[in-house]
Design a protein around this ligand. Structure first.
Ligand code: AMP
Ligand code: MG
Length: 537
């Protein structure tokens, strides 16, 4: 039964209805120490209290969605609830059990080692959202780690999920960022210099936090019953359109998998469009809803470089580099298909999903890159046009975001090399190093592009509108996150709020926000947190 808090209690009035824990097998033990948890998809666990919770930021959008008042975040109760210090009536906190392939290798049981779900709430407009605190203390899945998160990583998750949503990328959301008042020990650069950092907790939300790895773990243990119950829950609750007359049979599993393949393809097309590099596309970080999940050592492409990864742990093999994300998503879907095969014993419905990913990705990718160039439809020769542009962008450090915004300003009727060069000046990281050969190649490409645009049905205004609705102006650049983190650590919340406000309208220039769209300054080129990130969070 749904339950609510008393309206005058001062507590956020959330209505819990915990379908996930009701439907699925839980851990019979409530002992909170690291262990293998068998035959269960979650363990009840109480968040570990923090000394001085203080709300640093809230998403107004999420407040409204959850039916909370804008005055709520100012209360001590809000900080207590969203740090885990105070458990609301109706909430029965739990950590989820899952496994995963990490960097291509099966890693066995992982699970929520520091994320604790408060439960599922029903919102005023009938949505159902799970609320999850990341950094709320140890769980049976903590494997000896501390269950905490540092402010820098929590702020990065909070901001990026907000930015992604407003960029139109499917993502988990975040309600709040709460400082804990508790120092957390981290060796940020993995160089033996561990130091205390301020701790913080993000409350994130999604219809479901199930991952590919949630299915992989029971299947790896030949626990078909749990794997099947997970599939039944997922399809019934989250993909009811895939049911076969209300039943989850092989055909329903096949339809769900195909839909997930399509959603995952759409998500990755968006990542490529905006220049988002996830950094840790392990199967435990892939959502069964096709949302971007688990913002860790992610990064935003600055100079266009398909081989770039922000994750220092991945620096050698670059498995999760920008240009490889589409192939990795497919590999991950292949792992999930292997898992679901233990239920269906039929290859075809799952192979159909994999094939669909390839076709759908290719179609959507073409449409997307066409729109980045302002073209109304794909035609022969466009692959070559894009390929030669990508080579040019990579030949000298060119900010992808700024380049496409500048390209929208190109005068199609007036070939003027000087004016064109000025247009792209802001996008080049080292304009002084550009030689004549490069400039000649750029002029030739612009010539070809102008010709292509003249043969397109889009008018110059339509071209410009399409480009500026496809190519964002404000993305959460890596160095800007560090600027906001430094300020918050010094007690100044203003830069964070100003930045989030800009990111809520990423396609529209805003007065006085030029600095938030500018390319990375030289001081940030090598500074930790501004270009490369470790998994230490
Ligand atoms: P991630 O790379 O953030 O997706 O985390 C991989 C696994 O490590 C997950 O099972 C996390 O719950 C766990 N983990 C990461 N950091 C911590 C921590 N500080 N305490 C406990 N578990 C953690
Ligand atoms: Mg994770």
């Amino acid at each position: 039964m749904a339950s609510a808090t008393q309206p005058d209690s001062g507590l956020p009035p959330l209505r819990f209805d915990n379908r996930f824990t009701r439907d699925l097998p839980g851990d019979p033990s409530d002992v909170n120490h690291p262990r293998q948890v068998m035959d269960a998809v979650y363990s009840y666990v109480t968040p570990t209290a923090v000394p001085a919770p203080r709300t640093l930021s809230v998403s107004r959008d999420m407040l409204h969605r959850l039916g909370l008042d804008e005055t709520d975040p100012h209360s001590a109760e809000f900080a207590a609830v969203f740090s885990g210090n105070r458990v609301l009536p109706g909430s029965a906190p739990y950590a989820m059990n899952y496994g995963g392939h990490q960097f291509g290798n099966w890693a066995g049981q992982l699970g929520d080692g520091r994320a604790i779900n408060l439960g599922e709430v029903t919102t005023p407009n009938g949505e159902r959202l799970a609320l999850q605190l990341k950094g709320a203390g140890t769980t049976p899945y903590s494997r000896g780690a501390d269950g905490r998160a540092v402010l820098r990583s929590s702020l990065r998750e909070y901001v990026c999920s907000e930015a992604m949503h407003h960029l139109g990328v499917p993502t988990t959301r975040a309600l709040s960022l709460v400082a804990t008042g508790e120092p957390v020990l981290r060796d940020m650069l993995y160089d033996g210099n561990a130091a205390h950092e301020p701790g913080a907790i993000v409350c994130r939300t999604s219809a479901s936090f199930l991952r590919f790895g949630s299915f992989q773990l029971p299947a790896s243990r030949r626990d078909t019953d749990t794997t099947r119950r997970l599939a039944e829950h997922t399809v019934t609750q989250h993909y009811p359109e895939c049911l076969s007359d209300g039943v989850v049979d092989n055909a329903a599993i096949g339809r769900w998998f195909l839909t997930l393949c399509e959603r995952t393809a759409d998500m990755v097309v968006h990542w490529q469009r905006v220049g988002f590099v996830h950094g840790v596309m392990n199967t435990d970080n892939m959502s069964v809803l096709g949302e971007t999940i688990d913002y860790g050592p992610y990064g935003w492409l600055e100079d266009y470089d398909p081989d770039w990864t922000p994750n220092t742990t991945d620096a050698e093999f670059r498995r999760y580099r920008y240009g490889q994300q589409p192939a990795i998503a497919l590999w991950n879907l292949g792992q999930l298909a292997n898992t679901l095969h233990t239920l269906t014993d039929e290859v075809e419905p799952l192979q159909a999903g994999i094939d669909h990913y390839r076709d759908h990705f290719e179609r959507q990718w073409r449409t997307m890159v066409g729109h980045k160039l302002g073209l109304s439809r794909w035609q022969e020769g466009d692959s070559e046009l894009i390929e030669s542009l990508n080579q040019l962008l990579a030949a000298t450090e060119t900010d992808m975001t700024l380049f496409y915004r500048a390209l929208a300003e190109l005068d199609l009727n007036n070939e003027d090399n000087h004016a064109d060069t000025r247009l792209f000046e802001a996008a080049w990281y080292q304009p002084d190093t550009l030689n004549d050969d490069y400039r000649t190649q750029l002029a030739a490409w612009l010539d070809a592009y102008r010709g292509r645009c003249r043969h397109d049905s889009a008018s110059p205004n339509q071209r410009c509108d399409t480009m500026n609705a496809t190519n964002p102006l404000y993305v959460p650049r890596n160095y800007l996150a560090q600027v906001a983190i430094d300020a918050v650590e010094q007690g100044d919340l203003a830069p964070l709020e100003r930045w989030i406000t800009a990111l809520q309208n990423p396609y529209t220039p805003q007065d006085g926000c030029d600095d938030l769209a500018a390319k990375r300054p030289e001081w940030a080129r090598t500074r930790a947190g501004c270009s490369m990130l470790s998994c230490s969070s």
